[in-house]
Design a protein around this ligand. Structure first.
Ligand code: HEC
Length: 372
């Protein structure tokens, strides 16, 4: 099971724990069925005053799902309930001659963590009425219960120090760090351990486009990439192809910090290369403003007629009918090459979008290679 799947599973199971129920006046209804929860400990006669009157027996229970979550994480999840049932001690009931047993059931007290209801997260309730157990109870003010629990309990607000089933648990494995780090300063780079080359888009293959898609992504602690963002677009459908290949086939050894896997943000360049000598040294990008991208359906990238590499940057608008108009050479390595490009673009046809789409073509071509 992967880490992520495990995390999802943990959330899921906590959601199944018995939930606190309130009435319309926000009073807590007495939790039922707690004797089938996990029994964490008992005590006899613990009192908080110096009054030496005979104390009660108490048994403490927690929802099983919360017990598991605490065991795994060392933390009490939201909606954790601890029920403490209280008994008056009895003695000398035959055949017992000495010792005490839990005799008359008096009722329960409840410690509840409900972060959305109580600003102090934990609230305390007493269902022991003067004339027997109560159906519902109102949270005590902070001074009555919360203060002492918060000050003296060993874990969060819970007196784990008195409960063997919680106290004796082994320390949970280091909790997973959900933060996303940058590489460097003690954070190693993730290592690529498997990948497949992206498929070419039909459009880029026909148009004879080489390009490099640059993206950022997060490599998770399980070595799978996610949260892709294109930094440098290629157009021609190549960005989508690059993301798909990386998402589906690239796998990493996760980055590490202090020996433990962590999430990192990484920049990845995906080279899209045609195995075609005529287009060696070529890089093309065609990007449009806005979300709609006209698709090139007819036309090819020109090859360099000159002996040295050339580049150009050209503005153009594609009409809804798919015709390129309003060309403008923003930059060209030489005038003739700029004109060659324009002549070429005029012959291109696109599958237009609903509105005019304004775009920029960046093209760099390698030196012309004379056939030997
Ligand atoms: C002076 C300190 C103190 C005050 C005040 C106090 N408690 Fe506690 N409470 C304890 C101690 C110690 C334990 C663990 C031992 C025991 O009594 O079982 C505990 C345990 C509990 C538990 C079992 C779960 C847990 O959190 O460990 C409940 C439920 C509880 N108290 C309810 C209450 C309620 C309701 C009040 C207010 C009316 C209250 N307590 C006030 C000290 C205090």
């Amino acid at each position: 099971m992967t880490h992520r799947a495990l995390a999802v599973f943990a959330l899921f199971s906590v959601a199944f724990a018995q939930q606190p129920k309130y009435d319309n006046a926000n009073e807590l209804l007495r939790p039922e069925g707690y004797r089938e929860w996990v029994f964490v400990g008992s005590n006899l006669g613990i009192g908080y005053s110096d009054d030496p009157k005979e104390g009660s027996f108490k048994n403490i229970f927690i929802q099983p799902e919360m017990y598991q979550a605490y065991k795994r994480t060392g933390k009490f999840p939201d909606k954790t309930m601890l029920v403490m049932e209280v008994f008056t001690p009895g003695e000398k009931r035959p055949p017992a001659k000495v010792g005490k047993f839990e005799d008359k059931f008096r009722g329960i007290e409840v410690a509840l963590k409900d972060e959305s209801k109580f600003p102090e997260k934990w609230a305390y309730f007493n269902f022991i009425g003067a004339n027997g157990p109560l159906e519902k109870a109102r949270a005590f003010p902070k001074e009555s219960c919360w203060n002492c629990h918060n000050q003296h309990a060993s874990v969060d607000n819970v007196f784990v120090q008195f409960y063997p089933a919680l106290r004796d648990l082994p320390a949970p494995a280091a909790t997973t760090d959900e933060r996303v780090y940058r590489i460097g300063g003690g954070v190693s780079a993730p290592r690529l351990i498997g990948k497949k080359e992206p498929e070419y888009s039909e459009e880029a293959r026909k148009a004879k486009v080489n390009s490099t898609v640059v993206m950022t992504l997060v490599v998770g602690t399980d070595g799978t990439p996610r949260d892709f963002k294109i930094l440098k677009q290629s157009g021609f459908g190549l960005d989508e192809q690059a993301i798909q290949a990386v998402r589906d086939t690239w796998r990493f050894e996760p980055a590490k910090k202090d020996g433990a896997p962590v999430n990192v943000m990484a920049t990845v360049e995906v080279n899209m290369r045609l195995l075609n000598k005529d287009y060696e040294g070529q890089t093309v990008r065609l990007t449009f403003d806005g979300p709609n991208r006209p698709e090139l359906v007819k036309g090819q990238m020109p090859v360099n007629p000159a002996a040295s590499p050339a580049h150009a940057r050209v503005e153009l608008t594609v009409t809804p009918a798919g015709e390129p108009i309003n060309f403008n050479v923003l930059e060209a390595s030489d005038e003739k090459w700029g004109k060659d490009i324009l002549r070429e673009i005029r012959t291109w046809r696109f599958r237009g979008t609903q509105e005019n789409a304004k775009g920029v073509l960046h093209i760099t071509v390698g030196a012309y290679k004379k056939p030997i």
